[in-house]
Design a protein around this ligand. Sequence first.
Ligand code: GLA
Length: 739
Amino acid sequence: MTFSLLRRTYVHALLLVAIASTGLAQVSAARYDDSTKVFRLDGGDVTYAFGVNERGELQPVYWGARLQPGDHFPATMAVKGRTTFEHTNSESPQEYAGWGGGVQWEPALKVTFADGNRDLVLHYIAHTTTKDGIDIQLKDIERDVRVVLHYRIDADTGVLARSAEITNGTAGKIVVEQAAAASWNLPRGTAYSLRYLTGRWSDEWQMQTRAITPGETVLESRVGSTSHAVNPYFSIGRDAQVNDTTGDVWFGELGWSGSWRITVEQDAFKQLRITGGYNPFDFGYTLAPGESLKTPIFYGGYTDHGYGEAARILHRFQLAKIVPQAPHPRTRPLLYNSWEATEFAVTEAGQMQLAEKAAAIGVERFVMDDGWFGQRKDDHAGLGDWYVNKEKFPNGLKPLIDRVHTLGMDFGLWVEPEMVNPNSDLYRTHPDWIIHFTGRPRTEGRNQLVLNLANPEVRDYVFHFLDDLLSKNDIAFLKWDYNRPWMEPGWPQMPVDQQKKIYVAAINNVYSIVAELRAKHPKVELESCSSGGGRVDLGILRYFDQVWTSDNTDAYDRLAIQEGFSRAYAPLLMMAWVTDVPNNADNRTVSLPYRFLVAMQGSLGIGNNLNKWSPEDFDTAKHMIAEYKTIRDTVQHGNQYQLVSNVGQSPDSASESVSTDRRQAVLFAYLHSSADGYDYPRLFLQGLDPAAQYTVRSISGKLSADTPATASGAYWMHRGVDIVMHGDMQAAAFVFEHK
Ligand code: GLA
């Protein structure tokens, strides 16, 4: 559709009826009002609007609760500047600003032209509506640099997906130095607070909260992957009164597994904008004439029901729209992983012995971790040589896989495809296949170097060894690990002006390898692991079915880790293992039931050395696993409520999961230490059907003697439940059901 044709169109409207996973019909809509030049998207409980102002800039109009269909937005007007230092170009917020004119705040796009010009002013030139969104074309006021902005709204959740595609239509090269997927603008205000997730290895997913004040908060990774340090997630409450159940919350997640950046900026006029995309640090993507660069997708949502609902919207959206098996991802099979039991000392007989014991307690998937390949005796050798180690597995993997199948489980295997040990045949043959700068040190991390997947030869090598592994062995699952960050991120084989493309090409090739593997081996499922939770984002989750949350499996530490994770990602995705004590993270010992009840908040796995278990341990495990199988659909697919937060290491914490049909709810409660004889605080359930009669039963722990066996949802939500729990490191779980 041409621009002139579009200008003649009065109202271009498109309604899409989508059937949400709940079975309810939801309507999303994308409309353009030609009289005001305002675009409007509606989905879930959200309306989003932006318009073209009198200067041709794309200006935000509204992002918040869903408005009435008849509500009409006036045409947008550029904000008038007050002084020379606060020029009008600087005050008017934009949907996607080039760095040029008077823009003083964080732009979405910054380029350098071959002639040295660095001024870029993007104006609207055309749009098209698609079945669930709008594409806007922007162009520089003078030069042929075009940006297509994609807006898609999810009919069920109202989550918007925004991204940009930048095309160089000029006759010379341009260098893109900064490219965001989107800028999100919030209403002018002074009381906002920001929540984000930080951490480090073995301590990921720690929730931070800070008041938003004038200036910029930078959340970023510069290490070539998502990182343990900060996750590309934010949520913003309108004021300090926002809590888990009430208040306006805007939230977002970036779908990119390489270096990324999100800035949260309150400018001199108290305008708040969140801009995110490729990390501009060390970025410089050269576009030859006719070439384009696509940004990742930045997802954003809104709710007026507080932080708890924001998390549940993200969970719903991820399971229905992002993960490879969306809209109906399979409930995760109960997994056993041998890592903490054997580390590198895997053998055929040892793995078979563990497999037999795992099958006996109800495990459904047996995963052999690191150590099975090449000359891998410890972490000094072997990565890159993906042949089966003949000393450990003289007849290949088949006898073990067959045994696992006979025991009624499927088989999974650990790989770390993007890495190489210098002590490997692969490195000796191809020392130039790694990320490095010529003549400079090749800094090792965990005795390994990072393969340069941007190089097509390397990409093909990795794809072919994985394809071969999956073709020759009956493997249902790969735990795909990634155990060090980038350092010295060079690609010396390329012309100098192309070398920084590594930041984009290497990550896209990870995605493309997995996409191709999945197409060829449709039954295989994958876990994204990066020394724990170092690579969890909505980019990787398009290709991987689950993630390893943290190498820290200490059950008490896990409470905060899992709570933080669940604020941003669905419990189904969150692998949670029961492991041995004293735990190697903190040397802490807690009971086996406590460890189970913590891990049962997510997708349960067992990582113990089963050879060390007593008969009582096996009995506990059988009981807990059998119980877990009765509640896991609710835990993994249901709505989660954090009833009492563990943040700040509160002595008590509790969470609840409610099935989407509200027939089952599971309550988990934890006590660090009781003091002064106080009883455990009363817990008030949420999300039940008030009129339905729910019968309660215990998985572990006691309710007070006056608790009725059956009561209405209203009773459990408003009268609440009293758990009898005293002492140190106690846990309890109860199931509420109505037929
Ligand atoms: C990483 C993972 C662990 C384990 C080891 C194997 O640390 O996070 O779960 O797989 O690698 O070397």
